[in-house]
Write a protein that binds this ligand. Structure first.
Ligand code: ZN
Length: 387
């Protein structure tokens, strides 16, 4: 223990490791290990033997959750700017999210600049008690105005100049684009060449548009099945392009946005299907009215909807996403990869989303009913009260 941040949570280790030691069923990239995990800000060592967790009653130790699509929580929206991003990153950390992308709404440039300026501060310096904000997911405004979903009506053709301006304020890691808009394929190529991940979403594009976008460097799909052209026998649509060709795609497993059967079909088709929450300000709040960007939404019965009934993001948290996947029949190791490892891989982050020596000490401890008991972000224990 080097800095006194982990009162009561530390124990010493014979090999001169300072920091924290946790014991349980540890999910490593090589499989389950029954033993001890030692860490401070990074994972120092994992000691133990390969084991089947079914043979004991010890807790599970998994990589912390990674959520690449977070709009809000705790009554705040990323578009609020100011300290909203810290409030949101704190709420989600208490549900096991150890790193995330702050996700914008389709909005006028000045609103986006305001939001990204605040996100830039959070990216440069993580506040205690919060998830690491890895960067920004721009959800639009370069989407199809005919497939806004719950996005407000500020869709516009893509502008590289704008993206460059926004990237100067905060690191844009991921951008959702409708590829069928004139000129967008070239933009997809340039954005992906610049190192951003481009996801296809909020789109009326055809199967062929999707295949072309993938050939131009797009690497994922935004909330698969939602706000995209559906699968039909003679017109497989954007859903068909994803099912036939995607290596990565995000999906909202709140069991409201996508039918369990559709989730199972996607799991068969897309090797690295991963989960996001698409969570709104209403996450972690009682039923009532909230703002989603500039639009009012109503939370009731776990759903968040516009006045016309359109689903408008979710109140999902990543710990519930994990439980929902296991409830659908996935084994825990597979479910864990889909709430953590694959998202890290999509962004090219080998030091997150896995429990291995040298990786960031981003981890969650769950009891045998899959309830969170401990969360660590880069070695800092997060208080779980008020969950
Ligand atoms: Zn969203």
């Amino acid at each position: 223990m080097t800095d006194g941040r982990h009162p009561g949570g530390a124990s010493s280790h014979g090999n001169d490791l300072s920091g924290v030691t946790l014991r349980g069923n540890i999910l490593t990239p090589q499989g389950w290990v029954s033993g001890s995990l030692h860490f401070d800000g990074r994972i120092a060592a994992i000691d133990g033997m390969p084991a089947d967790p079914a043979d004991n009653l010890d807790p599970y130790i998994l990589p912390g959750f990674i959520d690449l699509h977070v709009h809000g929580g705790g009554g705040k929206d990323i578009m609020d700017g100011g300290d909203a991003v810290d409030v949101i990153a704190a709420i989600h950390a208490r549900h096991g999210t150890t790193s995330m992308l702050a996700t914008t709404m389709t909005s006028p440039l000045s609103d986006l600049e305001n939001a990204l300026e605040a996100c830039g501060h959070a990216c440069r310096a993580r506040r205690p008690g919060t998830a690491r904000v890895l960067g920004v997911h721009l959800e639009g405004p370069y989407i199809n105005p005919g497939k806004l979903g719950a996005q407000p009506d500020f869709a516009q053709p893509a502008s590289l100049q704008e993206v460059t301006r926004l990237s100067a304020l905060a690191p844009v890691k991921l951008i959702t684009v409708a590829p069928e808009i004139a000129g967008h394929l070239e933009v997809v190529r340039m954005l992906s060449d610049s190192g951003m991940r481009v996801q296809i979403g909020h789109t009326l594009g055809s199967y062929e548009d999707g295949v072309q976008a993938l050939a131009h460097g797009a690497s994922g799909f935004t909330h698969l099945f939602n706000a995209m052209t559906a699968f039909q026998a003679r017109a497989p649509g954007m859903v068909g392009a994803a099912l036939a060709h995607a290596r990565y795609s995000e999906l909202i497993p709140d069991l409201l946005h996508v039918h369990p059967g559709a989730i199972k079909a996607a799991l068969r088709a897309i090797p690295r299907l991963y989960c996001v929450t698409d969570s709104t300000a209403a996450t972690g709040m009682p039923d009532g009215d909230y703002m989603l960007g500039r639009q009012q939404v109503h939370k009731c019965m776990g759903g968040v909807r516009l006045a016309d009934g359109t689903l408008a993001g979710s109140t999902l948290t990543m710990d519930q996403a994990l439980r929902n996947l296991v409830g659908l029949g996935l084994d825990l190791a597979d479910a864990s990869r889909r709430v953590s490892t694959y998202a890290a891989d999509h962004l090219g982050l080998p030091e997150r989303g896995r429990l291995a020596s040298g990786c960031h000490a981003d981890l969650v401890v769950l009891d045998r009913k899959l309830n969170l008991t401990k969360v660590y972000v880069e070695g800092e224990q997060i208080g779980l009260t008020d969950v």
